[in-house]
Design a protein around this ligand. Structure first.
Ligand code: 3UK
Length: 504
């Protein structure tokens, strides 16, 4: 059971406590062009907090929308908002004006901190709240210029442990973002669960990866976790697979956070880099296929740590590491969390039955919209929208998103299972499997396939993939339709957008 004091500002713990304990000279964050110690980061955060409170006149509880690529200034800005008793609303860099408009409205935003390079979409919106730009050299009203006029320290605002400090929107595999609210204590709670117990993080770790800070996978993995343990987080803009591998080597990173698709892209390139520092590779965002896990492990020697997390829970709640890893399963509830599988009436089911995943723990689950709260939270249990199955040893196995189960001629088919098999075929780089409406069968299994370089799309290839599927899973699950494509539609967080495949 996690215990936090009733009055708590998470940044006092994540940042000020380290400086007070004499760890101010350790590296906290590393960016493309700079490296800040804990003391440096504290100075930046304090100045931004003063700009927010004094220059911009914001008062505790006000909401500040944040936009920027992963970089130290974006990290400092988020921490400053929390330290000043305000509520951070981080947004994904690729969001368009229309989507930002929805977020301004739903989250009742009072002010904006935005990287100048992301000005375009914001400027298309009429009547948005006041903006202060950062990374905007020469702008006398820009954030850096204002910070230069506020050199004094800033004491963390005395917030309650259960004051809201973060409103996070999901990237939306369905296209409709949902807003979730989190408290100061939730920020510490996620640090004291997955990274403490599953990763066994320490002050010597260097965290690196791709997820945006606006996605709680990245916010935790690249900023909050390193700070909680007095470690360092590497925050790089626009990472390619080669770029991430080179950065792991250059910064001697020990922990990597990214999505399965990124591991697939890095796998063939990995042998060209010295990854000797790397110890832990975390995969989340979507299901980790067995083929992806095995290929990465044979290329690098590292056993991947799969973990399911969700924006409403804030971070990973089912996972496994070390000897506990069971390939094919996501893992067991992370210490601090409980999970179970429910049938359609909300009754728990035992091993071997597919049902709806429910989770309960120290974080989550408060939606901005009441109807979400009614539909997805039952007696404090959060329904994530995933179909899962438990095995006899208590391991949780992912099957599908509940609304992605394919029903064909009366059979229930999980698209992810067909994807897993196709990914073991030597010609397949990526694939997405969906149900396609069919008069005779209700739905048929349709595979969208990206071939590896050197393989040709052809009728023979279709037949080869179909035969291969029939040999490796029950034949009724084989893809009756196969379409070849260059690229699958994905969110900024690496999730396949099945609704777009279905619409094609
Ligand atoms: C899916 C997974 C199978 C699953 C997230 C780590 O992804 C995150 O949050 P989102 O709100 O999406 C949640 C949904 O994504 N999913 C995530 N991880 C896995 N499915 N295996 C996995 N390992 O459908 C879940 O309901 O965008 C992930 C940490 C923080 C996060 N917010």
């Amino acid at each position: 059971e996690l215990q936090y004091p009733a009055r708590l500002n998470c940044v006092a713990e994540l940042l000020d406590a380290h400086v007070a304990a004499g760890r101010g000279e350790r590296t906290a964050v590393i960016g493309d062009r700079l490296r800040w110690t804990y003391a440096d980061l504290q100075r930046q955060v304090d100045r931004i907090a003063r700009v927010l409170r004094i220059d911009m006149g914001l008062v505790p509880g006000n909401r500040v929308l944040l936009r920027g690529a992963n970089c130290p200034m974006m990290a400092a800005s988020i921490l400053a908002v929390l330290k000043a008793g305000l509520v951070a609303v981080p947004t994904m860099p690729l969001l368009r004006a229309r989507e930002l408009g929805v977020i301004f409205d739903k989250a009742q935003v009072n002010a904006v901190l935005c990287a100048r390079s992301l000005a375009g979409e914001l400027e298309q919106l009429a009547g948005h709240p006041p903006v202060v730009w950062f990374d905007d050299p020469g702008n006398a009203d820009g954030l850096e210029a204002r910070m230069a006029r506020h050199a004094d320290p800033f004491a963390a605002v005395d917030t309650a442990a259960d004051d809201v400090c973060l409103i996070s929107f999901t990237s939306g595999t369905t296209g409709v973002p949902k807003g979730t609210m989190h408290f100061h204590r939730d920020i510490l709670a996620i640090c004291d669960c997955f990274p403490r117990h599953t990763l066994k993080a320490s002050a010597d770790d260097v965290f690196i990866g791709t997820p945006p800070l606006a996605f709680t996978f990245g916010l935790g993995g690249l900023l909050l976790f390193p700070l909680r343990f007095g470690a360092a987080g590497v925050l790089l803009e626009k990472l390619t697979p080669e770029g991430l591998l080179a950065a792991i080597e250059a910064y001697e990173a020990t922990v990597c956070f990214t999505a399965p698709t990124f591991y697939r892209q890095m796998t063939p390139l990995a042998p060209r880099f010295d990854l000797g520092s790397l110890q832990k590779c975390v995969s989340a965002g979507e299901a980790l296929p067995l083929a992806t896990r095995e290929a990465w492990q044979s290329a690098t020697g590292i056993a991947m740590i799969d973990g399911i997390g969700a924006t409403e829970i804030l971070h990973i709640f089912i996972s496994a590491s070390g000897d506990e890893i069971r390939p094919g399963a996501t893992g067991k509830p992370v210490p601090g969390y409980r999970a179970c599988i429910l049938d359609k009436d909300g009754q728990p089911v035992g091993p071997g039955t597919i049902g709806r995943l429910a989770v309960k723990g120290p974080t989550g689950c408060r939606y901005l919209a009441d109807e979400r709260q009614r539909n997805y939270v039952l007696n404090g249990w959060n329904l994530t929208g995933d179909a899962y199955e438990m095995d006899g040893d208590g391991y949780f196995h992912y099957r599908a998103r509940t609304d992605d189960m394919i029903i064909s001629a009366g059979y229930n088919i999980a698209g992810a299972e067909v994807e897993d098999v196709l990914l073991t075929h030597p010609a397949v780089l990526e694939c997405g499997v969906v149900g396609r409406a069919d008069e005779e069968r209700g739905q048929i299994v349709e595979a969208h396939v990206v071939l590896k370089p050197g393989h040709e799309a052809s009728a023979d290839m279709v037949r080869a993939l179909q035969d291969y599927a029939k040999q490796h899973i029950a034949p009724y699950k084989y893809p009756r339709a196969v379409r070849f494509t260059d690229k699958l539609p994905r969110t900024e967080t690496g999730k396949l957008q099945r609704f777009k495949l279905r619409a094609q």
